[in-house]
Design a protein around this ligand. Sequence first.
Ligand SMILES: [Fe+2]
Ligand SMILES: [Fe+2]
Length: 431
Amino acid sequence: MKRRWTRKQAVGVMTTVMGISAGHSPPVAAEEFTMSASIFFEVTFSKTGNAGLGLDLRGTAHTDVGWRTNVPPDAVRSGAGGYAQVVWCLRGASPRVSVGVHGAFQQGRGRGIWDFELGWLYQATSGFEPGGHGLQVGAIGADGNMEAGLRLSIFNSNQGWVPQGHVHGGLRLPGLFGASLILGGGESIPGRPQHDADGVCLGRIFMRRTRLTRRPTAVVARRAAVGARWAVAARAEAASIPTFVGLAQDLRLAGAPDALILRALTAAQDEVRHAVSSAKIASRYLGQEVAVEIPPVRAGDADGDRTTLLTRLAVESWQDGCLNEGTEAAVADARAAKTRDNCVKRTLKNIAREEATHAALAWDVLRWATETGGDPIRDAVADAVAESGVARLPRAANNPKGAGQPSGAARAQIAEAVRAAATDRWRAEAI
Ligand SMILES: [Fe+2]
Ligand SMILES: [Fe+2]
């Protein structure tokens, strides 16, 4: 009996067979599958020499440690899949086609990706050279969206075996491992995630594909990059929840007034809303359901002496609240003014308003801790004020177009303005 497939079933089978990540998870052990395309220019070294323009399409099933977990910076990411490639050889105006397999790996966050390929090759006969079938091996290095590589090929023509070497450079979109949710060095960290000697602790992220995406690949890739930024924001916002719960506990241990403890708990509730709304925007842009886990509350130092606790409360309030949350409030305000997406605008305005109240809370905690603890606290804060500067504030990097993020320079300007105003205020109020 002839079986008729619905469009959705047909696309489902296609996406499974071809591995196109368009709404259905392919049945592979890897966590993610990315389709990426590159255009490149190559120079061919052979008896006759040539140059060409190429197009390469490759699918990669890969471990995507960055999507779901807080990974150590040197965690290896690897993947494998297939590729199809066509090069238009300029001299002789003939195509060369290659299809094969490739394997890629990345030794740590923000590092380059190495990719190796092995495939069948067909060089068409041109006006000045005979063609034939053969093999191709290649090694490619990619950094961000740029790549360069070396390929060696050999094909059997009617005049015998013809060896060739090809050097190429080009542009790949998206990267072989797709958009990354790993926080790289220097990227912006919104909210007030807990941090220790190893850096910030972000909420783990969970994703589930929800619907078939019918948009063109380029649009999906661009939206995915924007969604990835929002997913990172959701992780940081979720990580801010235990920060404020911990702050409330520390305030209670230090004997702070109930009003301050209550405001810390209210801030924790604000961060829940920030995390949920950021995850919702990420879901919409990624076309996948995104949820974030809330990291555990860091254990407070119940046995430490009160001066140590007050010092930590005051210094953290200055760095994480007065400066970082003050900066984040201003950045969210600037982003809200820029974006044309009404839902994003509403969310950013809300985040800006509430981050400003968190910065205000930090000022009040700083003042209370200093007044309560006296000179040792005042001296520690004075050191922190002297140390603080734009250099220690996180900057935005690699912001995709459409994310509405200010550039690194614009963010640094905002951070510097907040720092200068906060330093003036700290001096003027003689806290
Ligand atoms: Fe927040
Ligand atoms: Fe906040």
